[in-house]
Design a protein around this ligand. Structure first.
Ligand code: ZN
Length: 395
């Protein structure tokens, strides 16, 4: 592992009236597999803190939760993982100037982009020190993970493509967050990862944002419910209430568990193959395998879908939902006629046959083995499943 100080001078801004030197501490654990060593994962916390007046640089600003907790997690991760080998490269980083305007992370992300660094995942741990909310309720086994759906760096062309095929809920950062939940929830971490479908909390931001702006997938770990009395406050007692971001309010066991979630995620990512590059959805035709919602009929079906089968559909207009009761081809199932709406209101039960019924119907493709057989013939193509209607309508 190599450690460098990455220093630069931040020009004056709204929260720093004069130029100020800023230094990031960057520890790099180089991957040991030649094919993966240039693939990078970044985990960070910010070591600057503040009191009530962000322009006051002489006040006491202990910053135990925001964000000594995140830096402590990163330091521990570096200590533990430095002794091990991973295929891909992991960067452990403590940045500065977060409270003044994400200065340290902005500089690092810009440098990374300029060097064409292949960062396939970035996590900021910011405010991971407390499991207690401002009502005194504890939730010590949950951490929130904020991730955006629509990429911050999306170009107008990419936006137009997304609007035509969907995908608002499966951007790279959102998928990265899902991966964290998959590998980070286990008996070793003893944690629940609550995925929050936002880039950050309301009117707030963090060090993941500069990475998102540069087109890198990134997400933010934060405790389950914050207590603002212990963030960005002058340390003081007011009406018997202790304000200030003080160590006495930190749940160290909780911070350790969040660090384990990070560790499990980073280890899995850095030992796994790279994510698919340039994955695309083929929309060249609207045949049986179409994924293109460009047909006006399809769009109208999509608009009439929500109450069909009493189920909320989350897929795109050309997914299984479009093939459901509300949108049927005017010709046979296997034909190529246009999608059309077949009326409104709840469908009859006969319209919502189970896949098993389908397998026995005349519409069943011949490739589905003997009629009446529930087992497919060897190499058979499984028929497309019908939409399963729940037992009760109109929920
Ligand atoms: Zn912070």
């Amino acid at each position: 592992m190599t450690v460098v100080k990455q220093s630069f001078v931040q020009p004056p801004g709204p929260r720093n009236p004069s130029p100020v030197p800023v230094t990031n501490l960057v520890a790099t654990l180089r991957g040991t597999q030649a094919a993966s060593a240039d693939r990078v994962y970044v985990v960070s916390g910010h070591y600057d803190s503040r009191c009530t007046d962000v322009l006051n640089f002489t006040c006491d600003a202990p910053g135990a939760d925001d964000d000594a907790s995140g830096v402590a997690a990163v330091l521990e991760l570096a200590r533990v993982m430095a002794k091990r080998q991973f295929d891909a490269t992991i960067v452990f980083m403590a940045v500065a100037g977060e409270e003044q305007g994400l200065y340290g992370s902005t500089f690092f992300a810009a440098q990374a982009k300029a060097q064409n660094m292949d960062i396939e995942g970035m996590f900021t741990n910011d405010i991971i020190g407390s499991s207690t909310n401002d009502h005194g309720q504890r939730d010590p086994f949950t951490v929130r993970l904020f991730s955006e759906g629509v990429p911050t760096s999306e170009t107008p062309e990419q936006a137009a493509l997304r609007q035509s095929i969907g995908g608002e809920n499966d951007g790279p950062s959102r998928q990265l967050a899902r991966y964290v939940k998959e590998v980070g929830e286990n008996s070793a971490t003893d944690m629940h990862v609550r995925l929050v479908w936002r880039r950050d909390r309301y009117l707030r931001g963090g060090d993941q944002i500069p990475f998102l702006e540069q087109g890198y997938p990134a997400a933010r770990f934060t405790e389950p419910a914050e207590d603002f009395r212990h963030q960005h406050q002058d340390a003081r007692v007011e009406d018997g209430v202790q304000f200030g971001d003080l160590p006495q309010f930190v749940d160290y066991g909780f911070t350790a568990r969040v660090a384990r979630v990070n560790g499990a995620t980073l280890a899995n990512l850095a030992l796994a193959p790279t994510s698919p590059k340039e994955a695309k959805i083929v929309t060249t035709s609207r045949g049986r395998r179409t994924r293109s919602p460009t047909s006006p009929a399809t769009r109208s079906c999509g608009a009439s879908r929500p109450t069909r089968c009493g189920r909320t559909r989350s897929r795109s207009a050309t997914s299984r939902a479009t093939r459901s009761r509300g949108c049927r081809r005017t010709t046979s199932r296997s034909g190529s006629g246009p999608w059309t709406a077949t009326g409104s209101g709840a469908p009859s039960r006969s319209q919502c046959r189970s896949p098993r019924t389908w397998a026995r119907s005349a519409a069943t493709p011949r490739t589905w083995g003997r009629r009446g057989s529930r087992r497919p013939a060897r190499g058979a193509r499984r028929p497309r499943r019908s939409w399963r209607c729940p037992g009760r309508w109109g929920r």
